[in-house]
Ligand binder design. Structure first.
Ligand code: ATR
Length: 262
């Protein structure tokens, strides 16, 4: 029987993971079967247990279950521990293992764009799970200062307090969205504003050289403003492919090249 993989979420129809993993499998000569798996909100844990009980090999986890997946794991990576969220599960020695590949996916997407992260000043807009998941990999890739700006300033301050010991080599700062100013190498929109169709207005005196929108497939006022300024921009498809490649690497020990799938 082919090795079985799945992505679990609610909703799940929108997921591109099965097509990506099948494309990677074809490229690397690995045989697998990968499906979408819907879980009712109160049935996530039971669905994961059922999947692995029936010899499932690996699972990706998407919204809204990444924190609950973390809570289920008996073993997890340092980056998953810092993110407090897991998007990749597998069984090893009878124990559920978890990792979070989202942040490395973003780093790989930026590498593929030739946006250097070495010694960069980064502005992260948003202080939810999407931001939490990427801070450590960004610092590991060389970011030297990260300002986390959030509509609710207190949430950004709490996130900085929580993460600063995990990334002592970088300077982390918090501010409110209404206090945005200064000059940055890269601005990353990690809010859910464009997913809910809300505009995010950047002040004129905010200077930046690159703009990355983590959301994918929705109109983004953030990207429109960056384009109007003439700076290079990118939306979340590269990150999506990047996190999938990282998960594939964990499960199969071989990583396809990101640029082949952009
Ligand atoms: P995720 O896990 O995707 O990060 P989340 O934890 O719900 O989702 O966080 C959503 C983030 O988007 C938050 O930082 C939120 O700001 P608040 O903490 O002030 O709620 C931000 N966000 C959502 N809609 C926004 C909007 N219209 N303008 C600015 N920020 C917004």
């Amino acid at each position: 029987m082919l090795k079985q993989f799945a992505v679990i979420g609610n909703p799940i129809e929108q997921s591109r993971s099965p097509e990506l993993h099948h494309a990677f499998a074809e490229k690397t000569g690995i045989k697998l079967h990968y499906v979408k798996r819907f879980a009712e909100i109160d049935a996530f844990e039971a669905s994961v247990a059922d999947f692995f009980r029936h010899d499932g090999s690996g699972m990706n986890v998407t919204v809204p279950f990444k924190e609950r997946a973390f809570a289920l794991c008996e073993h997890f990576s340092e980056r998953a521990k810092i993110a407090k969220a897991v998007n990749t599960l597998w069984m090893q020695d009878g124990k559920l293992h978890g990792d979070n590949t989202d942040g490395q996916g973003l780093v790989e997407a930026m590498n593929a764009l030739d946006w250097s992260l070495k010694n960069t000043d980064i502005l992260m807009i948003g202080a939810g799970g999407a931001t939490r998941g990427v801070i450590y990999p960004l610092v590991q890739a060389g970011a030297k200062k990260i300002v986390i700006a959030n509509r609710t300033r207190l949430k950004a301050e709490n996130l900085v307090d929580d993460l600063k010991d995990a990334v002592p080599e970088a300077e982390l700062k918090a501010c409110g969205l209404d206090q945005l100013e200064g000059q940055f190498d890269i601005v990353i929109n990690a809010t859910s504003a464009s997913l809910s169709g809300d505009a995010l207005i950047l002040p004129e005196n905010l200077m930046f050289n690159h703009a990355y929108e983590m959301a994918y497939g929705k109109p983004s006022s953030f990207i429109e403003q960056a384009k109007a300024r003439g700076v290079p921009t990118s939306e979340g498809y590269g990150m999506l492919v990047g996190q999938a490649i990282e998960a594939f690497g964990i499960w199969h020990g071989i990583k396809p090249t990101l640029k082949d799938f952009l």
